[in-house]
Design a protein around this ligand. Structure first.
Ligand code: F6P
Length: 322
């Protein structure tokens, strides 16, 4: 393998830069030329290829976002778009591609593989942690820490005013950010898409909390079937009018910030493994870390979100927040 390309795609996540640094430097070490593709698949289509070397990724391991920029490309979903992308990959003599992105990006790569023989290897870059084949995606740990830090602050004001807060967190269709962050902040309840949300049951549980407990935090995953934090807060208020309720949507703050140590380490390991995987002839698979070991999962399996969560965790949340 003489020349590879690397791109970041989909929603950015903290640790993408650390992964990019590992990809570029591993390739340079093995005397493989590396080109960065700006703006995800859009840049592949519009020929935004730039030469990269060890220096071009200096001092980025600690930075959130992605220096290659990113996009959710609608053009790449079309055959014409993919044709243009292939022409540009060939023009630059690219023999392998590392794509750092989430399930949409891998679905795109899978589609592309039916018309293109250039191997793609993925690194799981998304805060949502909704990919099979890895215990942690790049950015998930940082996002959870961001939520925990924010909710700790909300707890201060909630306690001062004896209020009930509904805090909505990201995760698209997955409740993993909500679950882990909710445990971390000692939430009174966590509402996630993977389990049925029953407002009556939530009301009963709130009533059953210790009388001395005046502030309460409910973490709501944005994909929860009950329709988001505002709607749930409204429903609860109807049954518990005595509560002073407030809603906070944390939003894109969860995608920014310096990556945590864990995200930096995992991203570096995955970027390093992705280049070596291409050199070994692997293709159309995602690098992941399972039980601390590097594993490879075919794209088609990686994108299957598994809605099964450990029921013991939810049971624990209810017990610990008595
Ligand atoms: O997939 C990452 C994510 O942050 C989701 O949690 C969220 O639903 C979505 O992206 C938001 O996307 P956008 O930045 O395009 O609004």
């Amino acid at each position: 393998m003489k020349k590879i390309a690397v791109l970041t795609s989909g929603g950015d996540s903290p640790g993408m830069n650390a992964c990019l640094r590992a990809v570029v430097r591993t390739a340079v070490y093995h005397k493989i030329e590396v080109m960065g593709i700006m703006h995800g698949y859009n840049g592949m289509i519009k020929d935004e290829f730039i030469k990269m070397d060890a220096k071009s990724v200096a001092s980025i391991i600690n930075r959130g976002g992605t220096i290659l920029k990113t996009a959710r490309s609608t053009e790449f979903m079309t055959t014409e778009g993919r044709d243009k992308a292939l022409t540009n990959l060939k023009k630059h003599g690219i023999e392998g591609v590392v794509i750092i992105g989430g399930d949409g990006s891998f679905k795109g790569a899978l589609e592309f593989s039916t018309m293109c023989d250039i191997p793609f290897v993925g690194c799981p870059g998304t805060i949502d942690n909704d990919l099979q084949g890895t215990d942690f995606t790049i950015g998930y740990d940082t996002a959870i820490n961001t939520v925990v830090e924010a909710v700790d602050k909300i707890r201060d004001t909630a306690e001062s005013h004896d209020r009930l807060f509904f805090v909505e967190v990201m995760g698209r269709d997955a409740g993993l950010i909500a679950l882990r962050a909710g445990i971390g902040v000692g939430a009174e309840s966590i509402l996630i898409p993977e389990t049925k949300t029953d407002i009556d049951d939530l009301v009963v549980r709130l009533k059953n909390k210790r009388k001395s407990k005046t502030s309460k935090i409910i973490i709501v995953a944005e994909g929860d079937e009950a329709g988001g934090a505002f709607k749930i807060a409204q429903e609860v208020k109807k049954q518990l009018p005595e509560y002073d309720t407030r809603v906070t949507i944390l939003g894109h703050i969860q995608r920014g910030g310096n990556p945590s140590a864990m995200d930096r380490v995992n991203s570096s390991r995955m970027g390093f493994a992705a280049v070596e995987a291409l050199m070994q002839g692997k293709k159309n698979c995602m690098v992941g870390i399972i039980n601390k070991k590097i594993e490879y999962t075919p794209f088609e399996n990686a994108v299957k979100h598994n809605p099964e969560l450990d029921p013991d965790l939810m049971r624990m949340v209810n017990i610990l927040s008595m």
